[in-house]
Design a protein around this ligand. Structure first.
Ligand SMILES: Cc1cc2nc3c(=O)[nH]c(=O)nc-3n(C[C@H](O)[C@H](O)[C@H](O)COP(=O)(O)OP(=O)(O)OC[C@H]3O[C@@H](n4cnc5c(N)ncnc54)[C@H](O)[C@@H]3O)c2cc1C
Ligand SMILES: NC(=O)c1ccc[n+]([C@@H]2O[C@H](COP(=O)([O-])OP(=O)(O)OC[C@H]3O[C@@H](n4cnc5c(N)ncnc54)[C@H](OP(=O)(O)O)[C@@H]3O)[C@@H](O)[C@H]2O)c1
Length: 431
C-alpha cells in the first residue's frame, strides 16, 4: 500500500522529519499552526506557540546544536540567538525544498487511528475544518509550549504570569519581581528583569548546580563532549566537580546546597545569574509557603511584598489532538522505544519528544532517519517491542530526582549513538 504520511508540526523536529522521510521517497505532508518553520524559535511578542523571549540564546553550543546534514555558518555565535536559529531553520527548509510539503496556518484538531494503515486527521485551515486520510502519523508538536502552573495556598493579588508569557523585561521596569524556579527559564528571566526592576528575587525549592556557559574558554558542552566516551555516571560526577571548582559552592551565593548529582536534574546553564546575585541585583529566596494579598510568605518564615510573580515552572507534555484515553503522557511515564516507537501502534511515531542534556534537534534528526527507514520497511521493528518500551521507563540513561519534568530525559551522546546504531545496522540488512 502506498504510504501517505502526516507530520504534525514544522518546528526543528518536524522539518527534519519531512526532509528525511521525503528523501526515502515517501509522500509526506506537514501541518503547522504557525506561519513559518522554527517552532519555539519564532520570537513573537504576543502569546503564541513560541516560548523564547527577546534575549534568548540557546544553552547548547552551535557545534552540538546542528543537523549533521546542515552545519551552521561560521559567522554564527558560539551560543546562537533565537534570531540566528530562526534563520538557520528557514535556510534548512529552503535548501532542502521543504516548504512545498508544509501547510502553514493549519491546526491539527484531532487524530483518530482507524487501523494499522489508516489515520483520520481533522485539520482546521482558514476557519474551515476538514478530514484527511493518512497511512502514518508523525508527531512533532513540541513539549515546551503548555505551561505547568504552580499552586500555593492563599491568594496573591499582584500579577502572576508563566515564563511562556514572558517576552521581554521592559514591562517589569521599577517593579518588585519574584521569579519561581531553578531551571534555564527562571535563571534567564531573573537576570533579564534584574537589569531594570526595582528588585528581583528568585525562589528555589531545592539547590541547583549552575553550570557556566564556558569552561576553560570552551563552550561547556564542547568541553564535556571530550569525555563523552566515559560512562554517563562517571562523566556526570566529573563534570559536576569541574563546575563546582569553577563557581564554588552555592552557599557563597546564599543559594540552597546542591544535594543531587550532576545530571540528576536537567542542567541549568547560566553565566550571569551568580554574578547578578553577588552584585546584589538578584536576591535568592527559598520555597514559597503561601500568598496573602501582595505578600509572599516563604517556608523559612520570611515574607515580602511583590508586584509580579513570574512562574518559570516548566511545561507539560500535551497531545490535545488525541483522545485522552488513547494517549496521555502529561504526567508520565512515557513508554516509547527510543522515545519514538509505540509498543502497539506501528503507524505512529514521535519525534523530538525527549529531553537531552544537550540540544534536541540532532536527536530528532536521527529519529527522523530511523522513522524514514521504518516507513519504507528497511528497518524492522524488534519483536520484543513491548519489553523495550517498558525498559525505557525502568532503565533511564540517567537516574534523576523525582520531579514531573524528568519523564523523557536522555543522555545526548548515548541517545545519538543508540539511534545511529539502529540506522546503520538495518541499512546493512536491507535488500
Ligand atoms: C526559552 C526556551 C529555550 C530553549 N532552549 C533550548 C536549547 O537551548 N536547546 C534545545 O535543544 N532546546 C531548547 N528549548 C526547547 C525547544 O522546544 C527546542 O529547542 C525545539 O524548539 C524543539 O523543536 P520541536 O520541533 O520538537 O518543537 P517546537 O519548537 O515546539 O515546534 C513544534 C511545532 O508544532 C506546531 N504544532 C504544535 N501543535 C500543533 C497542532 N496541533 N497543529 C499544527 N501544528 C502544531 C507548532 O506550531 C510548532 O511550530 C528551549 C525552549 C524554550 C521555551
Ligand atoms: N536559554 C535557553 O536556551 C533556555 C532558556 C529557557 C529554557 N530552556 C529550556 O527549556 C526547557 C524548559 O525549561 P524551564 O526552565 O522552563 O522548565 P524546567 O526545566 O522544567 O524547570 C522548572 C523549574 O521550576 C521548578 N518548579 C516546578 N514546579 C514548581 C513548583 N510548584 N514550585 C516551585 N518550583 C517549581 C522546578 O523544580 P524541580 O527541580 O523540583 O522540578 C524547576 O526548577 C528546558 O529544556 C530548558 O533547557 C532553555
Amino acid at each position: 500500500m502506498k504510504k501517505r504520511v502526516c507530520v504534525i508540526g514544522a518546528g526543528p523536529s518536524g522539518i527534519a522529519a519531512v526532509k528525511n522521510i521525503r528523501e526515502e521517497g515517501v509522500d509526506v505532508v506537514a501541518y503547522d499552526a504557525n506561519q513559518d518553520v522554527g517552532g519555539n524559535w519564532i520570537f513573537n511578542e504576543k502569546s503564541s506557540h513560541s516560548s523564547v523571549f527577546e534575549t534568548t540564546h540557546i544553552i547548547s553550543s552551535k557545534t552540538l546544536s546542528q543537523y549533521e546534514d546542515f552545519p551552521f555558518d561560521s559567522s554564527v555565535a558560539d551560543y546562537p540567538s533565537h534570531q540566528e536559529l530562526y534563520t538557520y531553520f528557514q535556510s534548512y527548509a529552503k535548501l532542502f525544498d521543504l516548504y512545498r510539503s508544509i501547510k502553514f496556518n493549519t491546526m491539527v484538531q484531532h487524530c483518530k487511528r482507524i487501523d494499522a494503515s489508516k489515520w483520520e486527521v481533522t485539520i482546521k485551515q482558514n476557519g474551515i475544518e476538514r478530514t484527511e486520510e493518512f497511512t502514518d502519523l508523525v508527531v512533532c508538536n513540541g513539549h515546551h509550549w503548555k505551561p505547568k502552573q504552580p499552586t500555593y495556598p492563599g491568594v496573591f493579588n499582584g500579577e502572576i504570569i508563566h515564563s511562556h508569557q514572558f517576552k521581554k523585561a521592559a514591562p517589569f521596569a521599577g517593579k518588585k519581581v519574584l521569579v519561581i524556579g531553578g531551571g534555564n527559564s527562571a535563571c534567564d528571566v531573573a537576570v533579564e528583569t534584574s537589569r531594570i526592576s526595582k528588585k528581583t528575587s528568585i525562589s528555589w525549592r531545592r539547590g541547583y548546580r549552575i553550570v557556566p556557559k564556558f569552561i576553560f574558554g570552551k563552550p561547556s558542552d564542547v568541553f564535556a563532549s571530550k569525555i563523552a566516551f566515559i560512562p554517563t555516571a562517571i562523566r556526570n560526577s566529573l563534570s559536576g566537580l569541574i563546575a563546582k571548582l569553577i563557581v564554588g559552592p552555592n552557599r557563597f551565593y546564599g543559594l540552597p546546597k546542591v544535594t543531587h548529582k550532576m545530571g540528576a536534574t536537567h542542567p541549568t546553564l547560566n553565566s550571569e545569574l551568580l554574578y547578578k546575585i553577588r552584585h546584589g541585583k538578584v536576591h535568592p529566596k527559598g520555597d514559597i509557603h503561601h500568598f496573602d494579598g501582595a505578600k509572599v510568605h516563604f517556608k523559612d518564615g520570611s515574607s515580602e511584598e511583590f508586584d509580579t510573580i513570574i512562574a518559570c515552572t516548566g511545561y507539560v507534555l500535551s497531545h490535545p489532538f488525541f483522545d485522552q484515553k488513547f494517549i496521555d503522557y502529561s504526567s508520565g511515564p512515557v513508554p516509547l522505544y527510543l522515545k519514538m516507537f509505540h509498543e502497539a501502534y506501528e503507524n505512529l511515531y514521535f519525534i523530538g519528544m525527549f529531553q537531552p542534556l544537550g540540544c534536541i534537534w540532532p536527536g530528532a534528526e536521527q529519529q527522523s532517519k530511523l522513522a524514514a527507514l521504518a516507513l519504507t520497511g528497511k528497518w524492522k521493528r524488534p519483536k520484543n517491542m513491548k519489553v523495550l518500551c517498558k525498559r525505557e521507563v525502568t532503565h533511564p540513561h540517567i537516574k534523576q530526582i523525582d520531579s514531573s519534568r524528568h519523564t523523557i530525559t536522555v543522555d545526548f551522546h548515548r541517545f545519538l549513538k543508540d539511534l545511529k546504531k539502529q540506522i546503520s545496522m538495518k541499512r546493512k540488512n536491507s535488500p
